[in-house]
Design a protein around this ligand. Structure first.
Ligand SMILES: [Zn+2]
Ligand SMILES: [Zn+2]
Length: 68
């Protein structure tokens, strides 16, 4: 699926997409209104995401608040 699952379910919109490396869930970034990637970390405790944007390969750890 090419989009934030939770935004699609709610009919919302997102800015950029992130991929959870803990479970493979696609969620939206902190620039998006719903911030589902951050919410996913709070809800599920999966700390590491990576960018799901074309050409971007960086990872982010919510626990350390740093690029990993
Ligand atoms: Zn979202
Ligand atoms: Zn996850």
């Amino acid at each position: 699926m090419e989009g934030c699952e939770d935004c699609l379910a709610a009919g919302g919109r997102w800015v950029h997409l992130r991929l959870c490396l803990g479970c493979g869930k696609v969620a939206c970034c902190d620039s998006s209104p719903a911030k589902h990637a951050s919410k996913h970390f709070v809800d599920e405790g999966h700390p590491v995401i990576r960018s799901f944007e074309p050409g971007e390969t960086w990872r982010w750890c919510f626990e350390d608040n740093t690029i990993v």
